[in-house]
Write a protein that binds this ligand. Structure first.
Ligand SMILES: C[S@@+](CC[C@H](N)C(=O)[O-])C[C@H]1O[C@@H](n2cnc3c(N)ncnc32)[C@H](O)[C@@H]1O
Length: 596
């Protein structure tokens, strides 16, 4: 069930709330200064929305972004991107529409192929009537995409005619490569578009043997998808040899970004030379996000935005992470080697991190200290505070192995059998927690995330108090784990906090009749819960203003939260007002009571 549905159930209750007068919103007082008028109890909704779009449409202008960055030789690797001015956390260093973006197959009918937006409210996407594969939110988006889709459309139809039933739509990689090559043909081989794309790094001469088979397979499929029958027919695409074809594929795999929805769900692939010269660090000073810059549909979306999450002095190299930085060193290194062909030597990777939260366990004697997770075949590391060593090494190693195995299993069946996946996740969490893993330790953090997603998805139109509270507790554990690893303002942290805040703000289906009984339990009930929801949402919004860019108003999630905070303010006001009314009513009914 979506948060939107849960929110609408809260709205129904608001209509029944016992407010006497309009309640003044206090949300403004706690929101960052640059935020504009908040849609509130008075003021027309239209006027407020206009303000919002004005504040958020001022993303980086063309001259500003050219002035902001410099690409030059880097001490990390090859070419790197350097800041030409100082940046604060939340500063949008660059925001551009990618050269190509492609939606993953499950999202083709839910997002527009041109602007990656979901349909406007009460509207539907329109499908291309010829290939019946891609969908658009407007005629304008369809027209703009036609330059490339005119080639793609025929290729998709041809592919479907000969493909088996379960592969009627080519993979994301194949559709992306098709768009890159048609781009070369459409723009011209001597044009800026093509030149920028062919300047991107290729690993053709240093590909590991493990890449030969997938590359060969992709090359064959690409030739079939393009519908070419002889090598000569590849020349208009700038491909004159097998080596050229390997270059195209390698440039794509080395420089592609995951296209995400505004809440960070992966929905496809994007490539842009404007972002491709940013090197990797496991402790980066910036992120790439797709925040949705304006509340309005825009053909300029998706805006691929490079946002500072730490202070970046002028002249410093800008870095992002190519992989999930909540993973421990070995797993990050494995993925970087496999996909990007390098060994990371950043500080996090090259120095021994005894206190790395990604591998932290509690002291076996529970003295309050932490210790690194044991590794198969090595002496178990002692607690860093009291030096105690585990007496249950085998049990702990088992917990890690079982955790990793069951995480993979639960992830595989999460769509087909969510109930079983939920039970599996819950059991694994128990095993790992009993073994002493901290909430940030891998794979406990990953299983907690999966469990939280499954719990939220299973909340029905009328969730029970028990299921809602369990979702809140799991969300809180996930936020705690993330907060130990990611810096303040990291967009993943901001979105996780926003999810927790929204869950806390959902109507309690069956709150305890005596609210004082819930004072020391988590989550609390009644007004204490609403206050916690508000605090969490305000904190989330502060972090989103960094992670999705201050100029972007914290992205669409940040802008949505601003409205959620106002609604909560009103409701909290209603509680206070209601209690006051009740006290006044009681006093009026007993005029002489105070004389007793
Ligand atoms: C998206 S490109 C980044 C720009 C690249 N340095 C260039 O000169 O075009 C990714 C490639 O850069 C190199 N690279 C990026 N970050 C690196 C790092 N931290 N250590 C080593 N190589 C890195 C790797 O070869 C990787 O496949």
């Amino acid at each position: 069930m979506s948060f939107a549905n849960l929110r609408s159930s809260r709205k129904a209750k608001e209509a029944r709330s016992f407010v006497k007068d309009a309640v003044t919103s206090k949300a403004d007082e706690n929101l960052p200064e640059q935020s504009v008028v908040i849609a509130g109890h008075c003021g027309t909704e239209q006027a407020d929305l206009a303000d919002t779009s004005m504040a958020t449409s001022s993303h980086v202008s063309e001259p500003a972004r050219i002035a902001a960055l410099q690409v030059r030789e880097s001490s990390i690797a090859g070419r790197g991107t350097f800041a030409k001015a100082a940046h604060k956390p939340g500063s949008v260093i660059n925001a551009v529409k990618p050269y190509i973006s492609v939606l993953s197959t499950p999202y083709l009918s839910t997002f527009c192929t041109n602007c990656s937006s979901p349909p406007k409210q009460d509207a539907k996407l329109k499908r291309c009537t010829r290939c019946r594969v891609v969908w658009y939110c407007s005629d304008q988006c369809q027209t703009l995409d036609w330059d490339i889709h005119k080639y793609e459309c025929k290729a998709l139809q041809r592919w479907a005619e000969s493909a088996p039933d379960d592969a009627k739509i080519p993979s994301d990689a194949l559709r992306s490569l098709g768009r890159i090559l048609w781009g070369f043909k459409q723009h011209g081989l001597d044009r800026e578009w093509t030149k920028s794309m062919t300047q991107l790094q290729s690993h053709r001469t240093s590909l590991p043997p493990s890449a030969f088979e997938p590359y060969t397979h992709l090359a064959h499929s690409l030739i079939r998808y393009l519908g070419v029958e002889s090598p000569l027919e590849l020349e208009p695409y700038g491909v004159k040899s097998t080596g050229d074809l390997v270059d195209v594929i390698s440039r794509f795999t080395t420089n592609a970004f995951t296209l995400t929805s505004y809440t960070l769900n992966p929905i496809g692939v994007a490539v842009s030379p404007d972002a491709a010269f940013v090197n990797h660090s496991c402790d980066p000073n910036a992120v790439i996000v797709f925040p949705r810059v304006s509340d309005k549909q825009s053909t300029e979306e998706p805006q691929m935005s490079l946002v500072a999450i730490k202070k970046i002095p002028s002249g410093e190299e800008v870095t992002i992470s190519y992989v999930d930085t909540t993973l421990p060193r070995e797993l990050r290194q494995e993925e970087l080697k496999e996909t990007y062909n390098f060994e990371c030597k950043c500080t996090l990777c090259s120095t021994v991190q005894y206190d790395d939260p990604r591998t932290a366990m509690y002291c076996p004697k529970r003295c309050g200290g932490l210790r690194p997770a044991p590794i198969n075949g090595s002496t178990p590391p002692p607690c860093m505070k009291c030096k105690a060593v585990t007496g249950n090494l085998e049990g702990e190693l088992d917990a890690f192995n079982v955790g990793q195995e069951l995480l993979a299993k639960a992830a595989t069946i999460q769509q087909s059998d969510p109930q079983r996946a939920k039970r599996l996740a819950s059991n694994v969490i128990d095993v790992m927690t009993r073994a002493g893993l901290t909430p940030s330790c891998h794979p406990l953090l990953a299983v907690t995330r999966l469990h939280q997603e499954l719990l939220v998805a299973s909340l029905s139109e009328s969730p029970t108090q028990e299921t809602l509270d369990e979702a809140i507790r799991t969300s809180a554990k996930y936020v705690a784990g993330l907060s130990a690893i990611l810096p303040t303002g990291h967009p993943v942290r901001g979105v996780a906090l926003a999810e927790l805040g929204k869950l806390l703000a959902v109507d309690e289906p069956a709150p305890p009749t005596d609210p004082s009984a819930s004072l020391d339990r988590f989550p609390p009930s009644g007004s204490a819960r609403l206050r916690l929801a508000r605090e969490t949402l305000v904190r989330a919004r502060g972090e989103l203003m960094i992670g999705f860019g201050t100029n972007h108003g914290g992205g669409l999630v940040g802008r949505e939260l601003r409205e959620a905070i106002v609604r909560l303010e009103n409701e909290l006001g209603a509680w206070t007002q209601g209690v006051q009314n009740a006290l006044e009513d009681a006093k009026a009914a007993r005029p002489n009571a105070h004389r007793i």
